[in-house]
Design a protein around this ligand. Structure first.
Ligand code: X90
Length: 277
């Protein structure tokens, strides 16, 4: 049986060495340019362009055809999609699943609505990879991954909610509270997969301390952590140091946001995915 993990590009993942894998790009669009969130995207260049560009900018999700192309000819597919409450990615993936299973009755697709994004999706994809490598059956993997997803969470620390607000991904009320220089918004992916703002903090150091405290309040006990930052290596390292001070042995990795997360998290933004086990 040939397995494949297919994520959308908000997972900030480009490849797995030992399991067939594809990342389906979202797009970042302005009236003048379009950036495909694939391996060739230079996020620094994109951010600089967007910071200078005065017109409208937004994003678009893959369509059914894009997902089908990524499925290739795999017999068993796991789709890891960004929260369906903020994007059409998952719905397009479900339609692609229906087409794929009708066209090839012996093939199967399990589409997962992660109700999250970024590093939480990365944790889910890594767990799938582990379960596939262990040789479990498709149905068993589906049961285990859905159970695993009840134990993963996403926290973030953002300097700006501008792009989220302009594109209707946070309420005007939440967005209005931000924008004061130096204020960081600390929040989480809610249970229904929306952005939940929790704290307004003065300065990055305070924001990251709040993330580290909230992590423990949400039940973190030393499980896996993945951090993704938008051009903010220093902040990511600082947050990692705070966590390692309490959990010196935890499996924590830091990576860069790809295009979609850079667009919405904006420069300086930090996302953290963790397991509560
Ligand atoms: O379909 C599309 O055009 C994509 C829309 C995606 C909108 C949300 C992206 C969020 C990226 C920002 C901070 C974390 C928010 C977590 C909420 C679940 C990252």
């Amino acid at each position: 049986m040939t397995y494949k993990i297919v994520v959308d590009s908000s997972a900030n993942l480009r490849a797995f060495s030992d399991v067939p894998f594809a990342s389906v790009p979202l797009k970042i669009v302005t009236d003048q340019r379009e950036f495909s969130d694939d391996a060739s995207l230079d996020t620094e260049q994109m951010l600089t362009y967007l910071e200078e560009y005065k017109g409208r900018s937004g994003t678009s999700c893959p369509n059914v055809g894009d997902w089908l192309e990524a499925f290739g000819d795999a017999e068993r597919i796991f789709v890891v999609a960004i929260t369906s409450n903020l994007s059409g990615c998952y719905n397009a993936a479900v339609q692609a699943k229906q087409v794929y299973e009708q066209t090839y009755p012996d093939r199967k697709v399990c589409a997962l609505d992660t109700l999250s994004t970024g590093p939480e999706m990365m944790l889910i994809a890594e767990k799938l990879r582990q379960l596939i490598v262990e040789g479990l059956e498709f149905a068993e993997i589906e049961i285990r991954i859905r159970e695993y997803m009840t134990h993963t969470h996403l926290l973030f620390c953002l300097e700006s909610l501008n792009n989220l607000a302009r594109n209707g991904r946070v309420s005007a009320l939440v967005a209005k509270a931000v924008g004061i220089l130096g204020i960081r918004i600390v929040g989480k992916a809610s249970d229904v997969g929306t952005l939940q703002s929790m704290y307004k903090c003065r300065g990055q150091a305070k924001g990251l301390r709040t993330v580290a405290t909230e992590l423990k309040a949400m039940g973190y006990r030393g499980g896996k952590i993945r951090i993704a930052h938008c051009r903010n290596e220093e902040g990511a390292n600082h947050l990692a140091a705070l966590i390692w001070a309490d959990f010196p042995d935890c499996d924590l990795q830091i990576g860069q946001c790809a295009g979609l997360c850079c667009f919405y998290a904006e420069r300086g933004g930090i996302l953290l995915g963790f397991e509560d086990v």
